[in-house]
Every structure is written in C-alpha cells, then in structure tokens.
Design a binder for this molecule. Structure first.
Ligand code: ADP
Length: 601
C-alpha cells in the first residue's frame, strides 16, 4: 500500500508517502519555520512558496504539491500523527466528525500540537476528498497503564478538574518496537516483558508487559522522565517554584527553561546533539562528560525501576537516534545490570550498524537472560503501518459492532424421549419467554438435577427439543453436585458424565450430557464476514471496563444464519469478571485466531 503520513507540528510539517511493503518513503516533504518564513523541501529539493503566510494555506499547498507528484489513486489511506488522544482513544481510529471534535477538545492538554494536527486533517480531507483519514495517537498505546501508574499524588479534586494524569507519549514508536521485537525473536509478545528505551532528541522508556504498556516515563506532558536533548526530565518540583521566586519567571519562561534550556544542552552548555557531546567528552570536556553520565545514569535507574514493576525483563530494546547509533551509550547504560540478566556483548554492540535493510541488531551476550536489541524505529513508517492495518480492516473501525455479552444461567436441553419420561408421552414444552437467539425459548417447565453430593432444583429447560440431552452447568455447580464435567462446545456431549433429572411426573438417569459450556459467540455469517472469522475459530474478546479492563481468551465462534450476535459466558465467569447487564465486548482483531479443527480439540 501507499500511505500518506502527515505529521504537523506547531512550526513544521512532515508529509511522506510510504510504501508499506518496503517500509520506505517514496516521496518526502519537509516544511520548517512555519508560518512566517517557510522553508519547504520535496525530496530534498527546495520549493518556493508565494502564498499567504498562514499555517492552513501552507499545508494545503504542500498537500497539493504531493498530489501533483503522485496520482491520487495510488494513495490507499492517510495517516495523521495526533499527539493527544486523552482518555478516549486507546487505538488507531478512522477519523469521523466525532473523532475530529475530540481532537479539538483535547487541545487544552496539547495546545501546540493538537490544533496543528487538526489543521493537517482538515486540509487532507479537502485535498484528497476520496481517501480515508486515520488518526494515530501518541498517547493511545499507554492507555492500558494501570491507574496506579497513571495517577499523580496530588489533590484528587484538582486531578478531576483538569484531567491531570500520566498519558505518556512516543506510543507509536514503543508499540512498533514491541511488535518488531516479537517478530524478530519469533515470540508472541503476550509472553514477553519488554523495556523499550526510545532515546532521541525526546526520550522516553516504556515497560511493556505481555503486550501492554504498564509504565512509561513521560507524563501529562513530554517533559517528565528521562533527560533529553533540551528537556530536563524529572526534576524536584521545589526547584521550579524556587527559581520562579528567584528569577521572577512567568509560567512561559519557566516552561521554556525546562523545555529548551535544559537536558543535554543545558548541562553541557554546548549542544543538544549527542554526537557532538560524545566527541567533546572524548576530547576531555568535563561538562560533556557530566551530561553523558547523568543521561545514562537516569536510564539505568529507570531500567531497574521498571524491571521491579514487571518482576523481571525478557527483552531490552534501544531505539531512537541515540539508542540506534551509539554503542558507547548502550554500553554505559547496561553496565552493572548483570544482576538483572542484562549482559551486553561488546563486540556485537560495537559492530551493530542499523539501516533500512538491517533494522535489528541482537547485541546480547549468550550467557545473559535478557535479549538486548537495537531496533531502528521510523515514526513515519510506524504510522503508515498502523494506518494500513485499519485500511486493511476495510475501514471497519467505527462500524464493527460491539458484542453484547449475555450470562447464561444453568439450563438443560432435552430430547423427545427424556421429555416423555419427565412430563408424559408427547408432552409439549410451553414457552415462558423467547431467548435472544431466534427460535429458542425458555420453557415454563423446570427439572431438578440430582448429583452425587447435592441436588439443584428449578433448573430451566430451554426449547425447542434436541436430538440429545444436554445439561449446562457452571464450575461452581459442578463442584456442588459432585460431578466432573468437561468444558465443551454445545452439542458435543460424547463421553461426558451423566446425571439424574427429576420432575413431579418422573425421573431419569441420563448416561451422558453434563458439560460446562465453552464460552462462545453466536454470530450470523454477515457478522463473521465483518469480523473476518469463521465458524469454530477461537478468538479473544476485550471488555473495556475503565476500572478493570479484561480479556476473555479462548472464545469459540459459532456461525449460523439462525444466530444473532451475542457472547455467552456462564454465571461463574460473569461474577468473576463483574459483568454488568448491557456490557459489551470487542473482538481482538489483531490477535491471530486459531481454528478449532487445527487445535485438535
Ligand atoms: P528526534 O527525537 O528529534 O526524532 P532522533 O531520534 O533523530 O531525534 O535522535 C537525535 C539524537 O540522536 C541526537 O542527539 C543525535 O546526536 C543522536 N545521534 C544520531 N546518531 C548518533 C550517533 N552515531 N551517536 C550518538 N548519537 C547519535
């Protein structure tokens, strides 16, 4: 696919057309010093701009320039980097009016970035009206962080008033690093604890536990955490008020000090460029040495802290301009971390050279427990790949239905022969109420289940009749009754235990038929096509609960034109997951589904 990636900053525009197969840009536009003195380059060739000196006009001009170089039909989608997605967006989404409004509303939290991102979106819609626009949020990947990691320890009323919390940034890069690590190591990221160190001009570190961001060093703004090119990173808040008092700084002056006059540049007094600082340090400059030592010391400190949070690390990744290129910095960071299983191979580290054809280097010593990788990240390519995923899902993001979750209480399905015994020859069940699945009903009639230890009365019979008797109970019932029932797909009762069924009219001991129902989703073939699944696939379903987001794994897909979309779990699962009435789940689309036939179960 060809994806146009638009990254609008407050004074710059970067717009690249990426070939997602080659993971390379085929057209690169960079515009800087906006809007007053625009300097625009297309594939390193300067373009002279004569239009109005406002941001919107310049973006439109840039996009028209790209369009004139590349026929519209060749672009499959447009991916926009959006800095702040607030609490609302935990994944990449197709941009509609609601998404646009949300980005606008979040400008309060990212006053320099979100309005510029929005201007990019609006211009793209104008210049490429037929192409889908996708928002890739810097904050989205970190939405999975637990509350204790997101929360600042300040007055909760102020937190609520201004929505103050750790949002984290560089999410697109950290997610890309996670996926690339899993791919390279040929391991499912759901089995890995990854520490991703993005060390560029901006720097952040992210603890990724089994596929989810659980901690990250940037906070409400990208100023917190590691020491960066020109940003201070962590600082005692007392220093800020102290300096404001002494220097009589306004809030803007204070912010500029922490954002632009600190970090490597501030401490070295030289530059924000690590290459120059390393050079100066090797020539004996003490300040450059201090800057490097503070920079690496802080990263080492964070690695220790995040290792503690995840109870260990499996993969340590270095990325960003410094992480990808500086063997010296990687070596310094890893020094003394052998106790965590982090052992770098100095030869591999020194010889690691990353480029577009060789984007991962394994620099770990074979005796170390932790895999240490240097991985080339390219934000524009990562945005293009995220955008591609959404386009491939046929722009389904905003139209894919949520799956209603129903809790299925214990019940029985009976055969003609058993009904004859329990209620009399040719007795017809009477309908108490229809069930959500078309044609099915709960009957007025009930039975008593008599197990080895106990009995359960008033168990509802579901109609219509079936060829075989089937008693569906929960694990708790199983224990109470004293029966070991297997977890089975409905209709598969071969070899399952029997039980005694009793009514006022009769009693029968069925030889088999007691199962604990495998959690499953009923769906119509149209839904199956929309989700891209088939009958008997095994999938995962996310339930998006703010307090306790959870995933049901191992959910069986059942497709029939008689079915209506609904997931069925039993009472035990419903209670354990605190599922409330009306709760809905989302199919985990990225997770590869397994087919029941392949699993040999
Ligand atoms: P940004 O956050 O702006 O995207 P980059 O990821 O491009 O930044 O990283 C820029 C940083 O990477 C600069 O400090 C630069 O000096 C550093 N860098 C690039 N190449 C090397 C190298 N070979 N050795 C050390 N530092 C490097």
């Amino acid at each position: 696919m060809y994806i146009l990636v638009i990254n609008c900053g407050s004074s710059s525009i970067k717009a690249d057309v990426i070939d997602t197969q080659l993971k390379k840009s085929i057209l690169e536009l960079d515009a800087e010093r906006l809007p007053s003195t625009p300097f625009i380059q297309l594939n390193n060739e300067q373009i002279i701009y004569h239009g109005d000196l406002n941001f919107e006009s310049i973006i439109r001009y840039c996009l028209h320039t790209i369009k004139s170089r590349l026929a519209e039909k060749q672009i499959n989608g447009i991916g926009h980097r959006v800095v702040h997605g607030g609490d609302q967006y935990s994944q990449t989404v197709c941009i509609d009016a609601a998404v646009e409004a949300a980005i606008e509303n979040l400008a309060d939290l990212a006053p320099l970035h979100n309005p510029a991102n929005l201007a990019g979106i609006r211009s793209a819609k104008e210049v490429f009206p037929a192409i889908s626009n996708i928002a890739v949020f810097d904050t989205a990947f970190h939405q999975t962080m637990p509350k204790r990691a997101k929360q600042y320890a300040i007055d909760k009323n102020i937190i609520a008033k201004y929505n103050i919390k750790r949002y984290g940034f560089h999410g697109t890069s950290h997610k890309y690093i996670m996926e690339r690590s899993g791919e390279y190591l040929k391991q499912d990221v759901k089995n890995l604890r990854i520490l991703s160190c993005h060390l560029g001009n901006g720097a952040s570190i992210c603890a990724i536990e089994f596929g989810r961001s659980v901690e990250t060093s940037m906070g409400l703004t990208p100023m917190e955490g590691l020491m960066m090119g020109t940003r201070s990173g962590d600082i005692d808040p007392g220093i800020i008020t102290y300096l404001q008092n002494k220097e009589k700084w306004t809030s803007q002056e204070t912010e500029d000090f922490l954002n632009k006059q600190s970090g490597l540049a501030g401490l070295s007094g030289l530059t924000n460029d690590m290459r120059d600082i390393l050079q100066q340090a090797s020539e004996g400059n003490e300040d450059a040495r201090t800057a490097i030592q503070v920079f690496t010391h802080r990263i080492t400190k964070y690695i220790g802290a995040y290792a503690a949070i995840m109870s260990g690390i499996d993969v340590l990744v270095f990325t960003g301009g410094i992480g990808e290129n500086s063997a010296d910095i990687r070596h310094r960071i890893c020094q003394g971390l052998e106790f965590l299983g982090i052992m770098i191979d100095d030869d591999k580290n020194k010889s690691a050279k990353l480029n577009s054809d060789n984007d991962v280097a394994n620099i770990s010593d074979e005796n170390g427990r932790v895999k240490i990788l240097a991985i080339r990240t390219d934000e524009q390519v990562a945005i293009a790949l995220e955008t591609q995923k959404i386009i491939q899902e046929k722009n389904k993001v905003n139209t894919i239905p949520k799956i209603p979750i129903a809790i299925s209480a214990r019940h029985v399905h009976l055969s003609r022969a058993t009904v004859d015994i329990l209620f009399g020859k040719n007795y017809e069940l009477t309908e108490f109420k229809p069930l959500s699945q078309p044609g099915q009903f709960a009957a007025n009639e009930t039975v008593t289940l008599i197990g080895l230890k106990n009995k359960i009365e008033n168990v509802r019979i579901l109609g219509p009749l079936r060829p075989k008797d089937q008693v569906e109970i929960s694990k708790t019932d199983e224990f109470f009754l004293g029966i070991d029932a297997p977890v089975r797909e409905s209709g598969h009762v071969e070899g399952s235990p029997g039980i005694t069924l009793k009514t006022a009219h009769g009693e029968v001991a069925i030889k088999e038929g007691v199962i604990v129902a495998w959690r499953h989703i009923h769906m119509h073939p149209n839904d199956a096509a929309l989700f891209g699944v088939q009958d008997k696939d095994i999938v995962s379903v996310d339930v998006d609960d703010d307090e306790r987001p959870l995933t049901f794994k191992n959910v069986l897909i059942r497709v029939s034109d008689k079915f209506k979309l609904e997931m069925h779990i039993d009472t035990d699962e419903g209670n354990a997951a605190e599922i409330k009435k009306g709760e809905e789940g989302e199919l985990v689309l990225s997770a590869k589904s397994v087919n029941l036939h392949d699993k040999n179960v």
